[in-house]
Design a protein. Structure first.
Length: 395
């Protein structure tokens, strides 16, 4: 009896399962929702995850910089405001030159007017050396430095170099917040830079930009030019201030702008720190800058001149004039010679020629390589000392 009931139960279960399978396959809508088969879904192919692109050399991995406050915080204490005053004599009385007139009336007609100017500077050493532009302190009778913390101090001029527009001051203060010198040779176009100074006398100001160009020359600003160009806003009063990198290290001294309005148009120039360091070290040691000199008047070798003279090269400097009795004249250099090499270093143009010769030590003998009638000529020249501006007629 039990066996017969088990057989009936098994057959009934089998029939029910068969019906459920049939309905689920052919008529799933007839079944309750819990028993219906899920609707088929299209399979979307899943692509494997892409590998992260490799970082290009020289590009920083951290691209999430939102503030340069740390760089500004490191550099701003070392940037100072510079106040200068100059006494200007007003127009004299017509009889002021008469000794008899002066005897009776004294110096009451010798009126003088005080003029003031404002610029910026950078503390280079903790013991009081301050860098600025030569044109900021030119002809000044008194120089005063205002530090970022409000301290005021009288400054004296250690020395100036008009040919690079740099000057070194000294204040009698100790433990000053000196700026850290950077490496201008490692700077690249597109690097972020900050310009710090006192534009228009409004107070210390920080502006941001990038390096727009390097090695700018032949701008007619200074005799020796190798400027860093930047679009960081540089305005009147920024002269002598600091151009720093994104770490707050000094890259250059702001010195000039290109402007038709007197304000910033996004083209500013800074003297690179390599030049600044070289000039400062000489001024601190001797009070002036000593440069090499051979006494020639150079001219750029243009492609047109090279083609006209059938020269094999497009780089160099043509000797357009030779100072009589100068080092080059005594060595046998002739007008029309083309200087191509100074002591193993190639000459690209007149700017590079002047820089190479200026770096030579006066009194040493250096080999110069020229082209004369399209033939190479080597001439040893004993280097002279470059005269001060205004004391020479050529070069």
């Amino acid at each position: 009896m039990l066996k017969k009931l088990w057989l009936v139960f098994a057959q009934a279960v089998t029939v029910v399962l068969a019906l459920l399978f049939t309905f689920a396959t052919l008529r799933p809508e007839w079944l309750p929702s819990r028993l219906s088969a899920p609707a088929p879904t299209a399979q979307v192919p899943v692509s494997p995850p892409r590998a992260a692109p490799a970082e290009q050399p020289g590009i920083q991995r951290d691209r999430a910089i939102l503030s340069y406050s740390e760089a500004a915080g490191r550099a701003t204490p070392a940037v100072v405001n510079i106040f200068t005053s100059k006494t200007v004599r007003q127009q004299e009385h017509p009889l002021f030159g008469d000794p008899l007139f002066r005897r009776f009336f004294g110096d009451q007609f010798d009126q003088r007017q005080q003029t003031n100017s404002l610029g910026s500077g950078v503390i280079a050493t903790a013991d009081g050396y301050v860098l600025t532009n030569e044109h900021v302190i030119e002809s000044a009778d008194e120089i005063e430095v205002l530090l970022a913390d409000g301290t005021r101090a009288q400054a004296r001029l250690v020395g100036a170099d008009p040919e690079t527009d740099l000057a070194v001051l000294r204040v009698d203060l100790k433990n000053l917040p000196a700026i850290e010198f950077g490496d201008a040779e490692a700077a690249r176009i597109g690097d972020v830079v900050l310009a710090i100074g006192n534009p228009f006398g409004v107070g210390q100001t920080v502006t941001m930009g990038i390096i727009s160009a390097l090695g700018r020359t032949q701008l007619g600003i200074n005799t020796f030019e190798n400027f860093i160009q930047t679009d960081a806003a540089i305005n009147p009063g920024n002269s002598g201030g600091a151009l720093v990198d994104s770490e707050g290290r000094l890259l250059g001294i702001n010195t000039a702008i290109y402007s038709r309005t007197g304000g910033s148009l996004g083209i500013g120039f800074a003297i690179p720190v390599s030049t600044v360091r070289h000039v400062m070290e000489q001024i601190v040691a001797t009070g002036s800058v000593t440069r090499g000199y051979i006494g020639v008047e150079p001219q750029d070798l243009t492609p047109e001149l090279a083609e006209a003279f059938r020269l094999p090269r497009r780089e160099g400097a043509i000797i357009a004039g030779v100072m009589r009795g100068g080092p080059a004249d005594r060595a046998g250099v002739r007008v029309g010679d083309i200087l191509v090499d100074v002591d193993g270093k190639p000459v690209a143009d007149t700017a590079s020629m002047l820089n190479l010769i200026a770096q030579l030590q006066p009194g040493t003998t250096v080999r110069f390589h020229f082209l004369r009638d399209a033939k190479p000529v080597e001439i040893p020249i004993r280097i002279g000392k470059r005269p001060a501006p205004g004391q020479r007629l050529r070069e």
